[in-house]
Design a protein around this ligand. Structure first.
Ligand code: RP5
Length: 173
């Protein structure tokens, strides 16, 4: 992995009210030992700060940016418009149809400026972290090895659950 303490992933969110809903993203990155920077900034309330962050991220050593926002969720798209780093969007769950507003605002980017949009709720934040790890692992053999082990453990877990279910089914006959 690259130099310790240099954040490879930037996590930005539109409000501190988003943090309790998206903390899984940081947990996933921690599991793989990926250094990150976590900040609140808003496409609408602090547009200059978003501009400054996005235009300097690559030069500061960042490789991936994850942007979470809810409602009129333009943060990921605006960040993507200011950088060629890959941007992963997390639509934050809201009271409107479980975050459908956030999902559509994040996913419906115009052609030529992509945002990799995760699910609203459920595994969305965790998958954002894991996708960032997968992108970093393309040029990091140690991280790739950790990902391979992670997938094996995942399969083992499912197999154990299946075996336990088969046992219960047999016993209930
Ligand atoms: C969005 O507005 C934020 O990402 C948040 O999801 C939503 C509400 O923000 P607060 O009013 O709680 O600060 O920009």
């Amino acid at each position: 992995m690259s130099e310790k303490n240099v954040p490879l992933v930037g996590i930005v969110m539109g409000s501190d009210s988003d943090w309790p809903k998206i903390q899984g993203v940081a947990k996933a990155l921690e599991e793989f030992g990926v250094p990150m920077e976590i900040r609140v900034m808003s496409a609408h309330r602090t547009p200059e700060i978003v501009h400054q962050f996005a235009t300097t991220a690559a030069a500061r050593g960042m490789k991936v940016i994850i942007a979470a926002a809810g409602g009129a969720a333009h943060l990921a798209g605006v960040v993507a418009s200011h950088t060629t780093l890959p941007v992963i969007g997390i639509p934050v769950v809201t009271d409107l149809a479980g975050g459908l507003d956030s999902l559509l605002s994040t996913v419906q980017m115009p052609g030529d400026v992509p945002v990799a949009c995760m699910a609203a709720g459920s595994g969305g934040p965790r998958n954002a972290g894991l996708l960032a790890v997968q992108i970093l692992a393309l040029s990091d053999a140690e991280l790739q090895q950790k990902l391979t082990s992670f997938r094996h453990e995942l399969a083992d877990k499912v197999n154990r659950k299946n075996e336990a279910l088969q046992k219960r089914l047999t016993e209930s006959k």
